[in-house]
Write a protein that binds this ligand. Sequence first.
Ligand code: GLA
Length: 386
Amino acid sequence: MLNVLRKPIISGLALALLLPVGMSTASAATTTEKPSISALTAPQLDQRYKDSFTIGAAVEPSQLEGKDAIMLKRHYNSIVAENVMKPINIQPEEGKFNFKEADKIVKFAKENNMDIRFHALIWHSQVPDWFFLDEEGNEMVNETDPGRREENKKLLLERVEKHVETIVERYKDDVKSWDVVNEVIDDGGGLRNSAWYQITGTDFIKVAFKTAKKHGGEDVKLYINDYNTEVEPKRTDLYNLVKDLLDQGVPIDGVGHQSHIQLGWPTLQQTEDSINLFASLGLDNQITELDVSLYGWPPKPAYATYSDIPADVFEAQAERYDALFKLYERLDDKISNVTLWGITDNHTWLDDRAKQYNDGVGKDAPFVFDPDYKVKPAYWAIIDHK
Ligand code: GLA
């Protein structure tokens, strides 16, 4: 639980002044008239939860100015790069590190007293091919000779060490929470059969965590991050892996629950059970990529535009946010950060996903702020649900 007060709090009086005449702060969440006021001046989300956890947003460097920057400063006290800290962006060619875009996010966060999550040191996606090529340029996964397989494994683990060491050394004083590995569990059960796994077994995970701790020191918090951590078989597979690694002395501090979820899935009970399960291992939990899609799976049919989305869908989303944040708050001794995978509904990867399944048509709206920087019913639901 983080208690550090780093931004001005909006006073009860100021909050009352921001609300329409006749609406008290106590009734803000329960009124059926949830005014669509400007999010640029609305009561601060991060301050609402300052006694429980930090509130984060995923960003591209282009969002560090204009209205998005105002939103970040106002409502969020934690930040994560949506893309620019992934392996393909940071080390596109062996030994050629590119920190330009990542540095912009770190600078913005420091200037505005925000925590930074690093996402992600090691991932099977958005990773350059060179990691998995042997000295002669052949794909390591195709190697059959046992001796050469051993050499390849050694080479890949050295590359993991170099990648992690270089990045952690650069940002260790600025970044507190690190997604060390992302999505290592397979949806169908067991470990994901990625190139990392085919070449090194689980050693890439161990080396990544140990290297991060060695260079980051005791203060850095190291996370294993994944999606669908609430549901089986993934939850148990992740638990077994984490337990096994902890027993071997691998320095894991917490589990990142991506939480790309839907209006009715997963259940609150599954969410609570998962957080409690990992907390029972003595680990922290962070909600690392929260978005509440309006669609099921696959996302069909999708609304063509934002204005096509019916009011009752936004109400259902508000109820979902209300229940979720009540749960997070109740479990706040086990959750140190809740990060949304975007700032407002004007920029979300879910639009691409909806379009992919609906012949290029589709708008999703997973956050609590609308595309025009106004608050949504979901905002009122979580700003004061007591
Ligand atoms: C996963 C990754 C994120 C992001 C989303 C989709 O959840 O962890 O970095 O790529 O997919 O945007």
